[in-house]
Design a protein around this ligand. Structure first.
Ligand code: F6P
Length: 334
């Protein structure tokens, strides 16, 4: 797995809090467990915040013990619950959250979530003397500064499990299936799933879909006897209903495709072994970074190691889909 940095403890903490925020991802529970157990090992009091930033603003905190995180390493979802909190963009709302943390004598906050959640952590670090550490938790794997995110591996495997089954019926009926995976703004999940499923085509928000070309390609392979059935993986994109519209357009090319939307199934389920180790390592390392005096950083992964990345760069830059990987997804089915 990923190698862990050596960090020298320089600071003491009285109490820390941990929350999960945004769309949940499989592995958030082992991450929470990692944070809680590593902090308790250092005799730091730990609070679990319920329902992300909304719960923080409302003061919904509970003391976490070692037993609070017993038997959760294998569970999907998040025992702390999660929420999207657009109100947190308002500095006055963030001030209420800071007041709650200060009232409880909490010196640091660990936030597990996607880019919106990490933006909230960055603002808190800038606007108070509370240390903030972010951990990348999203099935989308679209966070700048980290090659991997908690939940991505599980979501890829969940989609593959479904697609392998769909392929059986696609083949029996000589049909093409459009399988929609998550990814509103990014095609990481679709591209990885496409490669691993041996998909005939992958559609991602980063590149415009050439429907004429796709229709032609499907009819050609049917005519030549090369492929009378197949899988087209489509990232949901920003445009609701995209996959159904694509299917409709393909019927104009003589195809009779079927649509399968995998949807939120990809966000649930037991975290994979990979995600459990990743989440546990990131959770425990969040405490090591805090003790070493770090704040306003995300703990992520680069070049086979756990690394720290300033939160302002995490939220300023966009992680781009590697065009070579996308090309590979298109090339391998030929
Ligand atoms: O958390 C990321 C994500 O799963 C995206 O892939 C998806 O577009 C979005 O969340 C769905 O969010 P919600 O559950 O709020 O509809």
């Amino acid at each position: 797995m990923y190698s862990l940095p050596d960090l020298e403890p320089l600071k003491d903490f009285n109490a820390i809090a941990v929350l999960t925020s945004g769309g949940d991802s499989p592995g958030m529970n082992p991450a929470v467990r990692g944070v809680v157990r590593a902090a308790l090992n250092q005799n730091i009091r730990v609070y679990g915040v319920q329902k992300g930033y909304s719960g923080l603003v409302a003061g919904e905190l509970r003391v976490m013990t070692s037993a609070s995180v017993r038997n959760i390493v294998q569970r999907g979802g998040t025992i702390l619950k999660s929420d999207r909190c657009p109100e947190f963009k308002d500095p006055a709302v963030r001030r209420q959250a800071i007041d709650v943390l200060q009232r409880e004598g909490i010196d640091a906050l660990v936030v597990i979530g996607g880019d919106g959640s990490l933006t909230g952590a960055h603002c808190l670090a800038e606007e108070s003397d509370i240390a903030a550490i972010g951990l990348p938790g999203t099935i989308d794997n679209d966070i700048f500064g980290t090659e991997d995110t908690i939940g991505f591996d599980t979501a890829v495997n969940t989609a593959l499990d479904a697609i392998d089954k769909i392929r059986d019926t696609a083949s029996s009926h000589e049909r093409h299936f459009l399988v929609e995976v998550m990814g509103r703004n990014s095609g990481f999940l679709a591209t990885h799933v496409g490669i691993a499923a041996g998909a005939e085509m992958v559609v991602v928000p980063e590149y415009e879909v050439q429907i004429e070309q796709l229709g032609q390609q499907l009819s050609d392979s049917r005519r030549s006897g090369k492929g009378s059935s197949g899988i087209i993986v489509v990232a949901e994109g920003r445009d609701p209903g995209l996959t159904y519209r694509l299917a409709q357009q393909l019927t104009q090319h003589g195809e009779e495709p079927r649509v399968c939307i995998l949807g939120h199934i990809q966000r649930g389920g037991r975290p994979s072994g990979h995600d459990r180790v990743l989440a546990s390592s990131l959770g425990a390392m969040a405490i090591s970074y805090l003790l070493a005096g770090y704040s306003d950083i995300m703990v992520g992964v680069a070049n086979g190691a756990i690394v720290d990345v300033p939160l302002d760069s995490v939220i300023r830059y966009r992680k781009g889909l590697d065009p070579k990987l996308f090309e590979l997804a298109l090339l391998l089915h030929k």
